[in-house]
Structures are given as structure tokens and as C-alpha cells.
Design a protein around this ligand. Sequence first.
Ligand code: AMP
Length: 272
Amino acid sequence: MHEDCMILLKDCGLRVDSGTDQLKTSAMGFPLDILYLRNGDIPEYLQDGVADIAILGENTVVEKGSRVSKLMSLGFSKCRLSIAVPQKSGYENIRFFEGKRIATSYPATLSRFLAKNGVKAEIHQISGSVEIAPHIGLADGICDLVSSGNTLFQNKLEEKDIILKSEACIYAHENLSNEKQQLLDQLLFRIRATLEARKNKYIVLNAPRSALDQIIQILPGIKSPTVLPLAIDGWCSIHSVIPEQQFWEVIGALKQAGAEGILVIPIEKMVS
Ligand code: AMP
């Protein structure tokens, strides 16, 4: 998450020291001081107004139950908070844990989930390496963050119930001054333009004019594609923007429709 945050800030035109030797630094290119704080401490600092905005995982905010405003999802550090048990445990549903023990670093979120399902279980709060708890006899299962699922697999654990889906978000203190709110709006504008650009690609291709209608149908562009004549008679150059997610399908369909010399170019910023 730290690396992704630093890349995002850089892409937004903020020059910031990485925070390896210091807890506080000033950004260049934007009037912002950056505080590097422990993840679990951030929601409280934000609620108390020590920090005005923060980038952190939804999982941390939900666990701390802090009164802060969520402004924007950032699309990285995606994970889920899940219940997992040793393979072949005979788990059918969360009632499996009635009278049993669960290890977690997320006791508040887990206890709400258990209460909602009417399950009384013993919660063992541990701060790290939760996945080893069942093997050392500390618990019958765990509730932990899962991303690829590799850690669970390596520890012979099976993911059973997802309690929460999470990703990195921008949060703000609930009552910002007008002056700070204006600065925040400028920062959010930059972030939006940067994230939007990451989701799209600019494409340029050549095609015979006879294939133009079909190619325009294929292109899911912002409005309509730009079409420019080529020096060769009967040919044109088509420029458009396509979503990264549809990229390979669209390129395949364009080639089939007669497109040639397709160039795909990353977009730096996108303002709609
Ligand atoms: P994985 O093996 O990819 O499923 O990752 C699981 C391990 O990484 C667990 O120990 C989690 O505590 C940790 N983890 C995964 N995703 C995140 C995240 N977004 N934030 C913090 N820790 C995470």
C-alpha cells in the first residue's frame, strides 16, 4: 500500500520523500505535509483532526469504528477479511465456531459478525502471523486478510466466509475548514484524473474507409472517435480511448474488421 500511495502521489504531480527515515515531510508541487504513521493509529489521528486526510484500507477504518468521511476508493490494496479453517474441518457455516476459538487481528469486526449470526465463540486477538494459530493449537480457525489466497494455501487453510471486502481509500476528517476543503478538492481532482487515465488506453489505427462504420461500432470511445484522412486514397487513421479492461477483446475485433498498424498509448491524465 505504501508503494502504491507513493506512486499515486507522484503521478498527481506531488514530489514526496518516501518516509524511510522520517515521520513527517512536506510535499513539493502541492501545499501538503505528509505524516507517516502506523496503519492502526491513523483512524484516530484523523478523527481527532491531527491529520486532515488519510489513505488507508477500509478494513482498518471498519475495525476501529472511527468517525471519518470516506471520499474515494483508490483501486489498490484490494483484499477481503475472511474466515478460514484447516482443510477437512467439516465447516458448513459460521455456526461451526459455536463454543470454539478464532484467532484474528480484527476482533471488533469479527465479534460484530459473530453477534449478527448469533454465534458465541472465543476470540483470540493476535497482532501478526494469524495463519499459524490453528497449527499451534491456539484456535480452531482464523479471521484474517486474504489477497491472493497464497498464505492460506501454504498453511493448509480454506477460506470459508468473507466478512468484508476492502481496498485503499481516501478518508477525511469530518469537519475541514473551507480553506482545507478547497485544497482537498484540488487534490481529489488530480487523483481522479490520474486514476481515470490508468483505466484507459489511447489507440491509433489505420483502416480502409470501407471498414470505418464497423470499426466505429466496435470502439467504446469517450464520445465518437477522431477520424483523419491518410495520404493513401480510401484509407483513414482512427483515434480513440478504450477501457483497459476491454482492451484485448477490442483489439482482436478491430483487427478482424480490417484495422492495421494499431498503436496503444498509455494516457497520463484524463479529465472528463
Ligand atoms: P495473500 O497470501 O496474498 O492472500 O496475503 C495474505 C497475507 O497478506 C495475510 O497475512 C494478510 O494479513 C496480508 N494482507 C493481504 N492483503 C492485505 C492488505 N490489503 N492490507 C494488509 N495486509 C494484507
